[in-house]
Design a protein around this ligand. Structure first.
Ligand SMILES: Cc1cc2nc3c(=O)[nH]c(=O)nc-3n(C[C@H](O)[C@H](O)[C@H](O)COP(=O)(O)OP(=O)(O)OC[C@H]3O[C@@H](n4cnc5c(N)ncnc54)[C@H](O)[C@@H]3O)c2cc1C
Ligand code: FES
Length: 501
């Protein structure tokens, strides 16, 4: 089973299930870093808030992240500068640094036990081939007043040609931060419910959110669900990718604190340490593919294991997991009011969303309180940027269009149930319909329609996570069909094998 180090080690939260009908000013859907920080800030400013989380707080992508906080971005600041301009890239760095400062302030104010510390961030090339990237990032970072240094070796055992070091970035345990902050939210103004999945949002004069055991009627909603639930035009500008992670317990070796990013490697693109008691871990992340578009998902873990053992004295790979992120078409996240009145979004964070999530909460807090915010227009969800988005928009939407062709007759993976082994899932064609069929470890079959309930793409079996993943906009479903994440609200439709025979 896959499980992240943070979800496995952070103290559990304990909020009730929604079992009544409530009215509130603002309903927040999602209790990751975005939702909880927004709930904290809004409740502090006197707003009445109800937060509904489908599972456990921090149990989404926040608890599957690397736990790094930094002003830079995954896509590199110099790319933002060339796509947009110097001023925009500078604002990105400034706004992100402000969000990291807020995390530090909250950790200190409430003594949140989440191993927060300031550490340097490094980006390095292994060969001269990628030195240009580093040089460009150094030039860009100088312009934004970041404390940088150029290096040609690093304090970890990897090959280095050139590196940039930026001091004073940060790391923490993201699940512990979210759960710790939730405990500090003013409970007179904000009620939090866990295991309370929103199945439906009725958009009348007021907005009504339904779970299986209650409702919340709200004037405004924040969809802090990583990607917006339901159908939004914005989904054509959000591209879902998966990435893989391991946490290896070390036998020996001194691995200095820091955020280490490799420009060249696919299977150790990001590395950091974490200590728990006397155990020292190194986290190694990498592997990257569009959701639902792989043949062999498990191979990513094998490559990460191999690389961790090559560089470090590994006792045991104790945790393995994978997670999802959404790339925005024009390189910046979408934060603010959606095309639906009174519904607010915070999405398109790429792999930088611990910082962007906090920044989104700060922007939404100002917006919903009618205050000015210096970054609001830069990130606004309704912006239209055809030129800056064009390249990604065309490439990614052609890719989505191709996924719909999988619904054509004859495009099934197997012809008979006997070809599906224990623990496997396959797409089959039964009576001219695509079924997602899973055989559990005991040999029992679980059948459902393979048609994604979001917008009808055909799902793909993910052997590493035992899930059905949709290649179009990233919805994921359990082997037995229930929603895990993504824009879909409803589970895959059940199918009954006996009825078809
Ligand atoms: C492998 C990987 C590593 C990363 N590492 C970093 C990093 O080091 N630094 C960084 O800044 N970013 C990182 N990111 C990105 C970052 O993790 C995310 O952008 C961020 O956690 C998003 O937070 P969120 O609160 O918006 O979403 P989430 O944490 O996913 O929270 C959304 C919540 O909404 C809930 N939800 C969904 N649907 C419903 C519903 N219908 N009803 C109720 N609740 C619902 C979910 O259960 C979930 O808890 C990484 C991403 C990946 C994939
Ligand atoms: S996620 Fe949109 S069709 Fe599946």
């Amino acid at each position: 089973m896959t499980r992240s180090i943070w979800k496995s080690t952070a103290t559990k939260s304990n909020f009730p299930v929604l079992s009544e009908n409530l009215e509130t000013e603002i309903a927040i859907v999602g209790g990751g870093i975005t939702g909880i920080t927004a709930a904290y800030l809004l409740a502090r400013s006197g707003k009445k808030v109800v937060l509904l989380e489908a599972g456990a707080l921090g149990g989404g992508t926040t608890g599957d992240s690397t736990g790094n906080l930094y002003a830079m971005v995954d896509k590199r600041l110099h790319h933002i500068q060339s796509k947009w301009d110097k001023e925009t890239a500078s604002k990105v760095a400034q706004s992100r640094a402000q969000a990291v400062n807020l995390v530090e302030e909250l950790v200190n104010r409430y003594e949140i036990d989440c191993s927060f510390k300031r550490v340097p961030w490094y980006l390095f090339s292994e060969t001269e081939k990628k030195d240009k990237t580093i040089e460009k990032e150094i030039e860009a970072a100088k312009d934004y007043g970041l404390p940088i240094e150029e290096l040609h070796e690093l304090p970890i055992p990897v090959k280095v040609s050139t590196a940039i070091k930026v001091e004073n970035q940060a790391q923490f345990n993201p699940a512990a931060f979210v759960r710790g902050l939730a405990e500090q939210i003013d409970s007179a103004n904000c009620r939090i419910f866990e295991n309370s999945e929103v199945h439906h949002i009725e958009k009348k004069e007021e907005l009504v959110l339904s779970t299986s055991s209650g409702t919340v009627t709200a004037k405004k909603i924040i969809l802090a669900t990583h990607t917006p639930k339901g159908i939004y035009g914005l989904q054509t500008a959000l591209y879902p990718y998966r990435e893989y992670a391991i946490a290896a317990r070390l036998k020996s070796g001194d691995f200095p604190d820091g955020i280490y990013w490799d420009t060249e490697a696919d299977f150790h693109t990001s590395m950091r340490t974490y200590s728990k008691g006397s155990d020292n871990y190194v986290l190694v992340l990498g592997g990257h593919h569009k959701v639902g578009q792989e043949d062999d998902y498990s191979r990513f873990f094998d490559k990460l294991d191999e690389n961790a053992r090559r560089y470090f004295d590994v006792e045991e790979i104790e945790y393995r997991w994978s997670a999802q992120h959404y790339k925005p078409a024009d390189g910046l996240p979408y934060i603010g009011e959606s095309t639906d009145d009174n519904i607010y979004l915070a999405t398109g964070f790429s792999t930088d969303g611990l910082t962007y999530g906090v920044l989104a909460a700060m922007i939404l807090d100002d917006q919903l309180n009618g205050r000015e915010n210096a970054w609001r227009d830069l990130y606004k969800a309704s912006r239209f940027t055809p030129v800056k988005s064009a390249k990604n928009f065309i490439k990614e939407n052609i890719n989505v269009a191709k996924q719909y062709l999988k619904d054509l007759p004859g495009k099934a993976e197997v012809d008979s149930l006997e070809e599906i082994g224990p623990g496997q899932g396959k797409v089959m064609e039964i009576e001219r319909e695509k079924w997602a069929v899973y055989r559990d470890d005991k040999g029992e079959l679980h059948c459902q329609s393979a048609v994604c309930t979001h917008m009808d793409c055909i799902v793909d079996w993910n052997d590493a996570e035992r899930s059905w993943d949709c290649p179009c906009h990233g919805s994921r479903f359990k082997a037995t069909g229930e929603v895990i994440e993504g824009p879909a609200f409803s589970p895959l439709d059940k199918r009954n094998l006996n009825k078809k025979e």
